[in-house]
Design a protein around this ligand. Structure first.
Ligand SMILES: [Zn+2]
Length: 631
C-alpha cells in the first residue's frame, strides 16, 4: 500500500516522533553524555554499543553497524514496511492520516488480497481440524509420529491434513458461502476440465501452512503420506504468495535469528521442523526454489550470519555459485559499513555427510553435532575453492580448470577489497601469480559497471587500465597505505561535513568530492552540499534521501561521532586527503612503471619517469600549501 500516505503527513510524523521514545520501548536506554546507550536489539552483546542521539534523531550500533532514523528502527525491529511504520507512528502521535481515496482498481486489489488471506486462514483451520479429529486424520497422525514430529511442533506450525476426496475443502467453503472464483484464485481449488465446477488441489496430504513474517497465511505445501508422486505439492503463485520471496518458518524463526545472530537455511519442510524440534529454532526453509536475493534481503533484517545447509556437495556447489553475487550485493556489503565491527556478516555452506539431510542428521546425531558441524562450515568462497581443488587436483591442467571454474564466482564479488583478498587466497593455495588470476577476472567483470573512478586522465602515458586496476586491487587488499587509508579519510571528510557545516564552502571550492573513490560516500557528500547546511534537520533530511538501509546506517555512523572540529584541523584534513589521493592515484601507477623500467634496464625511460615523479610531488605540494595557507 506504498504511496497512499501524503508527503506532508510523513514530514509531520517525522517532526512529532521522538526516537528515544520509540527505541525505549524495545531497548533499555541509559543516558551517556549527549546520547543514550543500550544493548543492541539487532545483535547479541554484553556491553552496550547501541547509541541513540536525541539531537540528531538517529541511532547507530558500533557493534553491528546498524543505524538510521526512527523509521528505519521500527522497520528493522518490527519487520514493518515503510507505510506500516508511518501508520504506526501516526497513530501513536495522534496524527490523522486522511487516507487518499483509493481508485476502484486499488480498492479491488486490496479487498482481493484480504479475501485471499482470509480464505487461507480458514483453510489452515480446516486442515488442522482434519488432522486432529476422526479416522481420516489417523493415517496422517501416525505418519507424523513416525517421522518423529511432536504434538507441540504440529501445534506451533499449525500442521494439517487435507482429507482424501475431490471436494472436501470445496464443500466446507460452500457451507460458508465463499465465492468459488475467489477460492480458485487462492490456488486451493482448480476448475474441472471436462465439466463445470471445481475440485480440491490438495488431497490426502499432510499440509504445511506457509506463514509470513507478519503472521499471515500466504500459501500451503502438501506432502503425500507414502511414496507416490509428486511427493510435494505447493500452492501456485497468487497475489499473496510468491515463493521467491517467502520462507517457510520465518514467523517462528525471526526473533530467534535476531537473538542468535545466525540463520540456518534448509530446503525442506520436514528438515525445518526437525531442526526446530531439536531446539535449533533460528532456521527457515526455501520453498522448492533456489535462494533468491529477496530471500537474502529478508533474512538480513534478522541475522548477520547465514548458514546454507545442503545434503550433497553438488547441491551446495550449485547453490553457492548461483547466489554468490546475491550475497555480496545484499548481505556482505552490509558489513563494510562498519570499520569497528568485529562480528562480521558472513555466509557459510554446510554440507552434511553423505546420506543425510538435516532431518535425518539431527534425529540421529543430535543438535550439538549439527551446531558443531555448522560452526566449522567454510565461507561460501572457501567452500567453492576447496571443492574445485578436490575435484581437479593441483597438476598444471588442474590449476587451469580450478581458475576457470572459480572465475565467475570471483568476478561476482562486487566488493573489491574482498575480491582481492580471495584472489590472494586462491593464488597462494594453488601457487599461481595473483596477476594471472586477476587478469582472467577483470576480463569477465570488464562490463560490470562498478568501477572506481580513478581520476587519472585516460591519456596518461604508459597507462593501461588493466595495470591500473590490478595495482589498485593489490593496494586495496594489502593496505595499510592503500585505498583503505583513502577510504578512511573519505569517511572522515563526510563525518566532518555533517558535524561541522562551516567547512562545506571549502569542500565545494576545492572540489574535494571529485577526488573521492567511494561512490556511496561521494553521493552522500553531494547530497550534503545540496541540502541547506545550516538546517538543523540536516541528518534526517540526508536519511530521507538515502535510498537504502545500508546508506542510512553509514550516514548514522558518520553523524554519530563526537569529534570536536575546528577550521584549521578541517583544512589540514582536506590537504592531507588531496595529497594522499594524488600520491595514490598517480604515484601508484608511476611507481609501477618505474619498477618495470628498472627491470628491463631502460635508462632513458627511467629518467623520464623519475622526472615525472618529481614534478608530481611539487604539484601536490603546491595544492596542499594552497589549502593550508587559506587560513
Ligand atoms: Zn548492534
Amino acid at each position: 500500500m506504498a504511496g497512499f500516505i501524503p508527503e506532508d503527513k510523513i514530514s509531520e510524523i517525522k517532526y512529532a516522533a521522538d526516537i528515544v521514545d520509540i527505541v525505549s520501548e524495545a531497548v533499555l536506554l541509559k543516558k551517556a553524555g549527549k546520547n543514550f546507550i543500550g544493548l543492541c536489539p539487532f545483535h547479541t552483546e554484553k556491553t552496550p554499543s547501541f547509541t541513540v542521539s536525541p539531537d540528531k534523531q538517529i541511532f547507530y550500533c558500533f557493534g553491528c553497524g546498524s543505524g538510521g532514523n526512527v523509521f528505519s528502527f521500527l522497520m528493522k525491529q518490527e519487520g514493518l514496511s515503510f507505510p506500516e511504520t508511518a501508520r504506526r507512528l501516526a497513530k501513536r502521535y495522534g496524527i490523522d492520516l486522511p487516507i487518499k481515496p483509493l481508485s476502484p482498481d486499488q480498492k479491488k486489489k486490496i479487498s482481493e488480497r484480504e479475501g485471499l488471506l482470509d480464505i487461507n486462514r480458514r483453510a489452515m483451520d480446516f486442515f488442522n481440524q482434519a488432522l486432529r479429529r476422526g479416522t481420516a486424520g489417523q493415517a496422517a497422525r501416525s505418519y507424523l509420529a513416525h517421522r518423529g514430529i511432536s504434538q507441540k511442533t504440529i501445534d506451533d506450525f499449525k500442521l494439517g491434513y487435507a482429507p482424501d476426496g475431490w471436494d472436501r475443502l470445496l464443500n466446507y467453503f460452500d457451507s460458508q458461502r465463499v465465492s468459488p472464483s475467489l477460492i480458485e484464485k487462492s490456488g486451493l481449488i482448480l476448475p474441472r476440465k471436462k465439466k463445470s465446477g471445481y475440485y480440491d488441489r490438495f488431497r490426502n496430504r499432510i499440509m504445511f501452512p506457509i506463514i509470513d513474517a507478519n503472521m499471515q497465511v500466504i500459501g500451503f505445501g502438501g506432502r503425500v503420506l507414502d511414496d507416490s508422486l509428486p511427493k510435494y505439492l505447493n500452492s501456485p503463485e497468487t497475489p499473496v504468495y510468491n515463493k521467491g520471496r517467502s520462507l517457510y518458518g520465518i514467523q517462528q524463526a525471526k526473533e530467534k535469528c535476531r537473538a542468535a545472530g545466525t540463520v540456518f537455511i534448509v530446503e525442506g519442510y520436514l528438515d525445518l521442523l526437525a531442526l526446530y524440534q531439536h531446539g535449533i529454532e533460528n532456521s527457515v526453509a526455501t520453498l522448492g526454489t533456489a535462494l533468491t536475493s529477496d530471500h537474502v534481503r529478508l533474512l538480513t533484517r534478522y541475522a548477520g550470519r547465514m548458514v546454507l545447509v545442503y545434503d550433497s556437495d553438488e547441491a551446495g556447489i550449485r547453490s553457492a555459485q548461483r547466489c554468490i553475487g546475491t550475497f555480496w550485493k545484499e548481505h556482505v556489503d552490509f558489513r563494510r559499513q562498519d570499520v569497528f565491527s568485529e562480528e562480521k556478516a558472513d555466509t557459510h555452506i554446510l554440507v552434511l555427510p553423505a546420506g543425510h539431510d538435516p532431518d535425518s542428521y539431527v534425529f540421529k546425531h543430535g543438535p550439538e553435532a549439527f551446531l558443531k558441524a555448522a560452526s566449522k562450515s567454510p565461507g561460501i568462497i572457501t567452500f567453492l575453492m576447496n571443492r574445485a581443488v578436490d575435484k581437479y587436483g593441483l597438476s598444471t591442467e588442474g590449476k587451469i580448470r580450478i581458475i576457470s571454474e572459480l572465475q565467475q564466482s570471483l568476478a561476482a564479488i562486487n566488493d573489491r577489497v574482498a575480491q582481492a583478498l580471495y584472489i590472494k587466497q586462491l593464488a597462494e593455495r594453488i601457487g599461481i601469480a595473483e596477476t594471472a588470476i586477476l587478469e582472467r577476472i577483470r576480463d569477465i567483470s570488464a562490463d560490470k559497471s562498478r568501477r572506481i573512478s580513478t581520476g587519472v586522465p585516460t591519456n596518461t602515458p604508459l597507462s593501461g587500465s588493466k595495470i591500473r586496476d590490478e595495482k589498485e586491487s593489490v593496494l586495496e587488499a594489502m593496505g595499510p597505505e592503500g585505498i583503505f587509508t583513502g577510504s578512511r579519510i573519505e569517511r572522515q571528510i563526510i563525518a566532518m561535513m555533517i558535524q561541522f557545516p562551516e567547512i562545506l564552502a571549502d569542500v565545494n571550492n576545492y572540489k574535494v568530492l571529485e577526488l573521492f573513490n567511494d561512490d556511496t560516500l561521494k553521493g552522500i557528500g553531494e547530497s550534503i552540499l545540496e541540502i541547506n547546511p545550516t538546517s538543523a534537520d540536516q541528518v534526517s533530511e540526508l536519511m530521507s534521501q538515502a535510498d537504502d538501509r545500508q546508506t542510512q546506517a553509514l550516514i548514522a555512523s558518520l553523524a554519530m561521532g563526537d569529534e570536536s572540529w575546528n577550521r584549521k584541523g578541517c583544512l589540514r584534513l582536506l590537504g592531507k586527503f588531496v595529497e594522499s589521493g594524488r600520491k595514490l592515484r598517480d604515484g601508484g601507477l608511476l611507481e609501477m612503471q618505474i619498477k618495470a623500467a628498472e627491470k628491463i634496464n631502460d635508462h632513458a625511460l627511467l629518467l623520464k619517469l623519475l622526472a615525472q615523479k618529481q614534478k608530481m610531488a611539487e604539484r601536490s605540494e603546491k595544492q596542499k600549501m594552497a589549502i593550508l595557507n587559506e587560513n
